[in-house]
Design a binder for this molecule. Structure first.
Ligand SMILES: *Cc1c(COP(=O)(O)O)cnc(C)c1O
Length: 389
């Protein structure tokens, strides 16, 4: 198709033909046995993808922000203390949502944009008070900062806080072992590394999160988000019993089940390794082209996306040139540096060819924007990594 462009933004991503075909199937009743079978299977597969065998999955129509809202609505009661490990735009959002449900929020902020708070600083804060919940953004999509979720979760556990991970730009791309790492709740949205068109809020709550919900003294103040309504639906689907609360997005759930099947066919370990390798190749290209990245160091950097600064003399107009060369990228999002950098998502079914096509289009765009560099240097650097694997 001559007008086809590659969508390489941090969600929505490129979806597989099988997933897109499921979107186009004739919609059945949300109570039909064949649909309940698929919904039940998708819930079982979610546990495997989140690596959380004792988790309770929730699949609810909405975006990632609804998954955050559902989490706060069900786990927070007025006056609860919450700690937010703040790495950028989406951590700010989580803090605002937690406050909306009555939490008193303490934020530990990264020392600089592109950095993450040190574990020692988080521990020092956890020592000062009794926090019911600690919220962590696995990959902050505004900066491409990836945090040490394993280390943070261990700390949260040690000090008795429920560990909540916003994995919207991470789950099924970034390594995350929910149960083994002691994460009490992880959430994502369909359109990112899970690889399904936008429209599903996905949450897996571990036993401690479900206990905290059951021990609430006050009712959940959001009607739609209330697990009291959704738990019987999810349990019903898993025992293949149709039940109704709100009409589920039938086609999206078919598509979800197809994508989760593809993810599990690849295997979680292979999937984590592929994301690491492709990320390394892409970042090598960016560096070879002379572009600095927003994350301050490689150990603070996501593998699902990359956020390079524009080089001197280049601005956001280069994105138009890159699009003309066939690849759609995203501009900046973090308000403090919005016009100084751009973002590339490389997650889900992304392949080595996608990486090379993207680097090629970036080279073409940079050349058209008048930036001086040795032609092909980015492609060579990416190839070097891809070949050695
Ligand atoms: C995209 C994203 C969200 C918000 O998801 P929506 O589907 O846009 O509501 C939240 N957190 C992170 C880390 C994200 O990347």
């Amino acid at each position: 198709m001559k007008d086809r462009k590659l969508l390489m933004i941090p969600g929505p991503i490129e979806f597989t033909p099988e997933v897109l075909r499921a979107m186009g199937m004739a919609t059945t009743s949300h109570m039909a046995p064949n649909f309940i079978e698929v919904f039940g299977q998708a819930l079982e597969r979610l546990r495997q993808v989140f690596l959380c065998p004792s988790g309770q999955p929730f699949v609810i129509a909405g975006s990632g922000t609804l998954a955050m809202d559902i989490t706060a609505a069900n786990l927070v009661e007025r006056g609860d203390k919450a700690l937010v490990v703040n790495t950028g735009y989406f951590s700010d959002r989580f803090a605002a949502i937690l406050e909306r449900y009555g939490a008193t929020v303490t934020q530990v902020r990264a020392p600089a944009i592109g950095d993450a708070p040190a574990l020692e600083e988080i521990e020092a804060t956890l020592k000062t008070d009794s926090y019911k919940l600690m919220a962590v953004t696995h990959v902050d999509t505004s900066t491409a900062v990836g945090v040490d979720v394993k280390g943070l979760a261990a700390l949260g556990r040690q000090y008795g806080a429920l560990v909540v991970v916003d994995g919207v730009c991470a789950v099924a791309g970034e390594e995350m072992r929910q149960e083994e790492w002691g994460i009490d709740l992880a959430l994502t949205a369909s359109q990112k590394a899970i690889g399904v068109p936008p429209g599903l809020a996905l949450v897996v709550a571990g036993p401690r999160a479900m206990d905290a919900f059951r021990q609430r003294k006050t009712a959940v103040s959001n009607y739609y988000a209330d697990w009291t309504q959704w738990l019987p639906i999810m349990e019903g689907c898993e025992s293949r019993q149709p039940r109704y609360f709100g009409t589920p997005p039938v086609n999206l759930i078919w598509a979800l089940n197809v994508s989760l099947g593809q993810i599990l066919d690849e295997g979680m370990e292979a999937r984590f390794a592929r994301h690491r390798r492709l990320s390394e190749a892409f970042k090598a290209a960016v560096t070879a082209l002379g572009l600095r990245q927003v994350p301050v160091s490689p150990d603070k950097t996501a593998t699902t996306m990359t956020a390079p600064y524009y080089p001197a003399g280049v601005d956001s107009k280069v994105l138009k040139h890159i699009e003309e060369a066939g690849v759609i990228l995203a501009g900046g999002l973090h308000p403090a540096i919005k016009d100084r950098y751009f973002r590339i998502g490389h997650m889900g079914a992304v392949s080595a060819s996608d990486i090379l096509a993207t680097v090629g289009a970036i080279e073409t765009g940079l050349a058209r924007a008048g930036y001086g560099f040795e032609a092909g240097v980015g492609l060579a650097a990416a190839q070097e990594v891809l070949r050695s694997a």
